[in-house]
Design a protein around this ligand. Structure first.
Ligand code: CA
Length: 744
């Protein structure tokens, strides 16, 4: 039985023609403000609402399955919907418990009839072609009501690790069970070890020990490029949205049942939360998989997308279409969708793909609406503020407009990215760490681009690698050894550069961000755009944890330093105002000193000196009333909160291509900072199968060895880089009491 419940309704829209000829701006005046679009479920009935002011007629069709190819497929019913001319809404209430019923709308506009999924669908069948009515309470995993993650107080407290669901666990080396590899449920396997051998932690267990506090997950809303009914070898990053409010089906154990993907996506999120890791969702509202056949175009043709003066779709996204965030109903759609994910899925942050295509009013509105949620002010917001060639009169969320955006909306800083490792788009061009570029642009990055476009560090994402373009290690290979080199071979010179790059952005102001596996020299064989390359190329090879254990430990050490020292995480410009940059250095050297206003249990002065050049450099420690007693906590080999060495001097020698982090000895001793020892610290050591390396390592290992005493030589690290490239490696078990090695 059908209940029509709107007072101003008819089964046809007599104003459809008039509305069809209206401009998009005029259609905006018919915008609907209610929060009941889509299928609103209760056990007794389901209310359907669709905004379609240019449609002459809309029919609702109910099905037993998500496609006609499934067993038991059946058209259950079809109903004419009722139109309300005051707000452009087609509606209908269908009695009964419709959970699990699939549906589409049949929309007639200007004489043309299209079948379409519901733009506001919360669930869908295989490949998202039909929407599904869902009782969301049935999709909650056990303990979901108590699910929580302690979000960071300020954006700059976040440490983000960007991962693709399939990359995370597709490899057998992940130790994830075969059935869950590449799926949502891989994240729920928390006792995973390398190759399932029980020794070296992988996946979520590993991440917890690494110390990052957020993962950014590449698109996991329903996208179109992978056939959910097809085989498991398919791969795509998923930047091709179909149903924005539905999780992708190919990551679920059953893409045909609309409830399963929802439940499993929630289980993934809960498992991360249970391990102290927040979830940032990568959202792609700027374009859709196929504009012509999208639910937006099918319901209100021409309205949701930008067009040029010739009527052609704008294509700033490079993906064939740009949505129009400045239109009232798409703006509302973005806000509603974000709030839905935050509330229903407990999402802790949003990364906006091509944010530069969205208008600043919409972005600020999303921020304001998130802020109204419980703990919503702590939900992260950042995106790509690139300037793109779209068609819009609106002011867009590009870097030069960051001063008009909320302080808690950040943008990726391509400045530090390119300064550190070289131009992102020209594989052969190096940057600071290869000794090619001077330190000038890195310095701007350390200040979180606040001298360029950012109002303060909370608006800046500091990074050197993400899913786009080459991985950091591949870039180092391409710039140093050439694009034909073996990208998967360990090279000491490149590992050294990698460490130097990590020091730059992990000690910088802003929000640190890394591509998954950057910390273990992840390679994609030089593929700079692997969005549809083989899964074998894209997947994380977890055995890199042993081949690059020194690098992983180095990252963990830098993360420990960052967590222990609040000035690095300052959200406003007060710390930058107190920083001292060393101006006397050579152009390949960058020195800067942090000073801590809050000495409460923390170090006071912390000096970072980065030598990107080819020669050792003596650097004078600058600053007023500068102390003479210093402790080194990071050098070219190791990093962490422990003392590597101490010295009394107002100058230090920095080895070529290495970094040094110093803390004034007095506050170092007073603060007595400790970092949690995790499985990362006990990863097997890398040992170079070279007599020189063995000798050096042995010498360092001996307490009070001559090498250790010969400061400041030791401050610059052991100089493993000098051993050259391609040295064969053997892995040995970690030395016991490594933590004691450097204490005096
Ligand atoms: Ca899909």
């Amino acid at each position: 039985m059908i209940l029509a419940f709107s007072p101003v309704v008819s089964a046809v829209n007599t104003e459809a023609k008039v509305n069809f000829n209206k401009t998009c701006e005029q259609l905006d005046e018919l915008a609907y403000s209610g929060n009941d679009l889509g299928a609103v479920y209760s056990k007794e009935n389901t209310g359907f609402k669709l905004w379609a002011p240019t449609a002459e007629r809309v029919k609702l069709k109910l099905y037993s399955t998500g496609s006609d190819d499934e067993e038991g497929a059946e058209l259950l019913a079809e109903h004419e919907m009722d139109y309300n001319c005051s707000n452009g809404i087609w509606s209908l209430t269908v009695r009964g418990n419709l959970h699990g019923t699939y549906y589409i709308y049949e929309v007639t506009v200007d004489g043309k009839t299209q079948q379409t999924a519901d733009p506001y669908a919360k669930a869908a069948g295989v490949n998202g072609n039909r929407s599904m009515v869902v009782d969301l309470s049935l999709t909650d995993p056990q303990g979901w009501k108590d699910d929580s993650f302690t979000r960071v107080d300020k954006q700059t407290d976040a440490l983000i690790w960007e991962v693709h669901i399939k990359d995370f666990s597709a490899s057998e080396s992940s130790g994830v069970s075969e059935k869950n590899r590449g799926k949502y449920l891989a994240f729920t396997e928390t006792g995973t070890t390398l190759n399932g051998e029980g020794t070296i932690k992988t996946c979520v267990a590993y991440l917890k020990d690494l110390g990052i506090n957020y993962v950014q997950i590449n698109p996991f809303f329903d996208f179109g490029s992978v056939d959910e009914g097809g085989d498991n070898s398919q791969y795509n990053w998923g930047y091709d949205p179909v149903n924005y409010n539905v999780p992708e089906g190919s990551y679920s154990s059953n893409p045909y049942d609309g409830s399963v993907r929802i439940k499993e996506a929630k289980e993934m999120i809960k498992a991360l939360h249970d391990n102290g890791i927040g979830v940032v969702m990568d959202v792609v509202y700027n374009h859709v998989y196929d504009a012509e056949f999208s639910c937006f175009e099918n319901t209100v043709p021409g309205y949701y997308f930008r067009h040029d003066k010739d009527g052609k779709l704008a294509d700033g996204s490079g993906c064939g279409n740009d949505t129009a965030s400045e239109r009232a109903m798409y703006r509302k759609y973005m806000v509603d969708s974000i709030i839905y994910w935050a509330q229903e899925y407990h999402i802790d942050g949003f990364r906006f793909d091509l944010m530069g295509l969205h208008d600043i009013y919409t972005m600020n509105l999303i921020r304001q609406q998130l802020n109204t949620l419980p703990d919503g002010k702590k939900i992260l917001m950042y995106g790509e503020a690139w300037k793109l060639n779209t068609v819009s009169d609106a002011e867009l969320a590009i870097q030069v407009n960051m001063f008009k955006l909320d302080l808690n909306i950040a943008a990726f800083n391509d400045g530090i990215r390119d300064a550190v490792k070289g131009d992102n788009f020209i594989p052969s061009v190096g940057g600071f760490v290869q000794g090619v570029l001077s330190s000038a642009d890195v310095k701007d990055g350390i200040m979180a681009a606040t001298m360029q476009w950012s109002q303060q560090p909370s608006q800046t994402v500091s990074y050197v690698s993400c899913h786009d373009n080459m991985t950091l290690y591949d870039k180092l290979v391409a710039t140093t050894l050439g694009q034909g080199a073996d990208y998967r071979a360990r090279n000491e010179e490149l590992v050294r550069m990698n460490k130097l790059a990590a020091v730059a952005y992990l000690t910088a102001q802003g929000i640190p961000f890394m591509l998954a596996g950057e910390e273990m020299a992840r390679s994609k064989d030089g593929d700079h755009n692997s969005f549809k390359s083989d899964v074998e190329l894209n997947q994380i090879d977890w055995s890199s944890l042993t081949r690059y254990s020194d690098l992983v430990k180095y990252y963990k050490g830098l993360i420990d330093i960052r967590k222990a020292y609040s000035p690095m995480r300052c959200e406003d410009k007060t710390v930058i105002g107190n920083m001292i940059f060393y101006n006397e250095c050579s152009e390949n050297v960058l020195g800067y000193m942090y000073q801590n206003a809050t000495t409460d249990g923390e170090w006071d002065k912390l000096v970072c000196i980065l030598n990107g050049g080819k020669t050792d450099q003596e650097v004078k420690l600058e600053g007023k009333d500068i102390p003479k007693s210093w402790v080194a906590i990071a050098n070219g080999e190791s990093a962490g909160v422990e003392k590597l060495a101490a010295f009394n001097s107002d100058s230090v020698t920095i080895k070529a291509g290495q970094a040094l982090i110093l803390v004034d000895e007095q506050s170092f001793n007073a603060a007595a900072v400790k970092a949690e020892k995790t499985s990362i610290d006990s990863l097997p050591d890398i040992v170079l199968a070279s007599s020189t390396a063995t000798k050096l390592a042995a010498e360092i290992d001996k307490k009070d060895s001559p090498v250790k005493k010969s400061l400041p030589y030791i401050l610059g690290g052991i100089g493993l880089a000098a051993l050259g490239a391609g040295v064969a490696l053997i892995i040995k078990r970690r030395r016991k009491n490594r933590g004691d090695k450097h204490t005096r």
